[in-house]
Design a protein around this ligand. Structure first.
Ligand code: BT5
Length: 247
């Protein structure tokens, strides 16, 4: 797959812009980048602060997989990015299920998957990816945030960031299509900040108030990217749309 980028100064959301292109048959590998987003989106209707200097981009994929396995793609991309950033910049990036990039206990970036499907098959899938690079770090986020520049003590070329990130994602996506999910699942286990056996609080619905939620133990990742946990009632497989996790 060859990726092709278009760069815009300001968009409300790169994912919304790419959605329009996806609906008019844009090919897999189409990438939309914005220097700044005026209405960046997180999951579950949350907003994503996207000032200049950050990496705000969306990638169009058309994976020939059942919609039930869409969760594999956010894991795949998170793991791919974490590994690429570790390799290129030597920083200890970890992943938090389902879609976050962390450095220690600070959030570096996140991924938002949106898709359209027909008869259980994915028509298009948009991976919206936001990573704090040289931008001012937003305050008052749910968890403390950090940026690549803050961690390195210097700014980073955004052009280089996009090359490193997109090459890694495309390479791992192609590997996923030929080999399946197992390699990414193994890498996830090495990079996950939620170790097997650890306890988390599962909030479902995800908007459940502070102090509520079910204490559960992480058992691992399913073949379709769901998080397997043991709750008081037994085993559950969680999808990112259903829950938020508190560590
Ligand atoms: C995410 O959501 O982590 C997915 C973020 C995806 C953003 C990209 S940017 C390109 C593309 N176009 C879009 O419109 N979106 C995608 P979630 O797990 O729901 O996290 C959202 C929460 O993170 C917010 O409620 C804030 O508390 C916090 N947050 C907002 N902006 C942040 C930032 N720049 N860095 C760290 N945390 C942030």
């Amino acid at each position: 797959m060859i990726y092709q980028t278009s760069v815009f100064e300001v968009l409300d959301s790169t994912s919304d812009a790419l959605k329009k292109l996806a609906r008019s048959n844009a090919p897999e590998g189409t990438v939309v980048i914005a220097r700044e987003q005026s209405a960046g989106k997180g999951r579950l209707g949350r907003s994503w602060a996207s000032p200049r200097g950050g990496a705000w981009f969306s990638l169009l994929l058309r994976p020939p997989i059942a919609v039930e396995r869409a969760g594999c793609t956010s894991i795949l991309i998170a793991v791919s990015l974490a590994r690429a950033l570790r390799e290129r910049w030597g920083i200890p990036v970890g992943v938090k299920w389902p879609n976050d990039l962390y450095i220690e206990n600070k959030k570096l970036g996140g991924i938002l998957i949106e898709l359209s499907s027909q008869a259980h098959k994915i028509e298009w899938l948009i991976a919206g990816i936001g990573v704090n690079v040289n931008n001012e770090i937003p305050r008052e986020t749910r968890v403390p945030a950090t940026s690549l520049a803050r961690e390195l003590g210097r700014s980073v070329s955004l052009e280089e960031f996009f090359d490193v990130a997109l090459e890694a994602i495309v390479r791992d996506y192609e590997r996923f299509l030929t080999e399946g999910f197992e390699f990414a699942r193994r890498q996830w286990q090495e990079l996950s900040i939620l170790g097997v056996g650890e306890h988390v609080v599962v909030c479902s619905p995800p908007t459940l108030g502070e102090g509520l939620g079910e204490r559960s133990q992480v058992l691992g990742l399913s073949e379709s990217g769901k998080l397997i946990v043991r709750t008081a009632e037994g085993l559950r497989e969680l999808t990112g749309e259903e829950v938020t996790l508190k560590v």
